[in-house]
Design a protein around this ligand. Structure first.
Ligand code: SF4
Ligand code: SF4
Length: 374
């Protein structure tokens, strides 16, 4: 569908929903379109990121195909969502990468792997690379610490810069015409909605991802994956403090804080990713956009590869395979950061911005409580 056709189709469906409003209460999309009859491109970018693809409206709608109204909001909003990622990404030229997520990620990650391999070959001897060594500083005899930290820092900085600028562009286009004070007051409820994934609860019973029976599976899998990810980030921070603050060099003992946080965090990530991939694979295809499914799966597989390679380094660090596994893990980590801006990860800040606007508008439209004597 061309961009103009997609815009026209989204407007057509949203106008019917505005007249119907049967789904009001299912998610924040419906309060946001109440009484709205015209939808600018920025409104569509906002609404599409407010939708979290729970398919609740699909399972209760009386106007889905074969009804002539042919309402399919989850699919239409998913297509708009992907367009918003490409439209607001910085640098804009990278927007094309969203069209072929597997290919884009494969190109970036394999390039990062090749550079990592070249850096290792230039800086270490075959004896260091293939020898079994788990004494202090063994990882840095494969790739010196300044090169490892420099590549990780530069690729992470690139990801943060691109995602931050894309989010600023998205927010500028979709921000509500409200006083700054109203936006600031909405930060707290929006933060609560983001952290608890409140809307994945579908107003209580959960999402209808797989069939019409609501469940909390996606919300739980998402929480487990994010908690695991935070564990691995914390592990890296603690390891950096050990290294720079105390001069204690990795690898650390199995019962040390960085290893326990990284190990448990990595396993939790795999459980969460496995849950999300299973839901994606079993999900009802009709109310979904196949391209968005590709974007989700490509990102989850990349995250799983990074996690698995990290756990493999941990499990086999005393063997001769450690050197090659470390190259694989570092290359995947650098590639992950470099590819991050054009993966599904961009949905997180865009959705956070959309939830902030929804919270600010909800606070403004909420009737003020009557005071005694009014
Ligand atoms: S999705 Fe269907 S039932 Fe829900 S508001 Fe729109 S038209 Fe009405
Ligand atoms: S799929 Fe879920 S979140 Fe999206 S519009 Fe329908 S009810 Fe709302």
């Amino acid at each position: 569908m061309s961009p103009d056709d997609l815009t026209a189709e989204a407007e057509r469906q949203l106008r019917i929903c505005t007249a119907c409003m049967y789904c009001d209460g299912l998610c924040p999309v419906f309060p946001a379109i109440d009484n709205q009859h015209r939808f600018e491109l920025s409104d569509l970018a906002y609404l599409s990121n407010l939708c979290h693809n729970c398919r609740g409206c699909w399972s209760v709608c009386q106007y889905t195909p074969p009804h002539p109204f042919a309402i399919n909001l989850p699919t239409t909003l998913a297509a708009l969502r992907q367009r918003s990622y490409a439209d607001y990404l910085w640098p804009a030229a990278l927007g094309h990468a969203f069209r072929r997520p597997f290919l884009s990620i494969a190109v970036v990650v394999s390039t990062a792997l090749l550079f990592t391999l070249a850096a290792v070959l230039l800086s270490t001897s075959p004896a260091e690379l293939f020898g079994a060594d788990d004494s202090a500083g063994a990882f840095y005899r494969v790739l010196p610490w300044p090169m490892m930290a420099g590549a990780a820092g530069a690729s992470l900085l690139w990801a943060m810069l691109c995602i931050a600028l894309a989010t600023v562009r998205y927010w500028r286009a979709t921000a509500p015409p409200l006083p700054t004070n109203a936006i600031l007051q909405a930060l707290r409820p929006a933060f609560r909605d983001i952290v608890t994934l409140r809307h994945l609860g579908g107003g209580g019973p959960g999402c209808t991802d797989i069939d019409e029976r609501p469940s909390h599976q996606r919300r739980i899998a998402h929480h487990v994956m994010v908690a695991g990810c935070m564990g691995t980030v914390l592990s890296t921070v603690v390891a950096a403090i050990y290294h720079k603050g105390f001069g204690w060099l990795a690898p650390y003992p199995l019962l040390s804080l960085p290893v326990m946080l990284g190990g448990v965090g990595g396993l939790a990530m795999l459980v969460g990713i496995g849950g999300l991939l299973t839901i994606e694979q079993r999900a009802d295809r009709q109310p979904s956009d196949p391209h968005e499914a590709q974007l989700n799966v490509a990102f989850l597989i990349l995250l799983a590869l990074v996690t698995l390679s990290g756990l493999a380094v941990l499990a086999l660090r005393e063997t001769a395979a450690m050197g090659l596994l470390l190259i694989l893990h570092l290359g995947l980590v650098f590639g992950f950061f470099l590819a991050l801006p054009f993966t599904k990860a961009i949905h997180a800040p865009f959705r956070a911005a959309a939830l902030l606007r929804a919270a600010a508008e909800a606070a403004i439209s909420r009737p003020t409580a009557r005071k005694p004597g009014d």
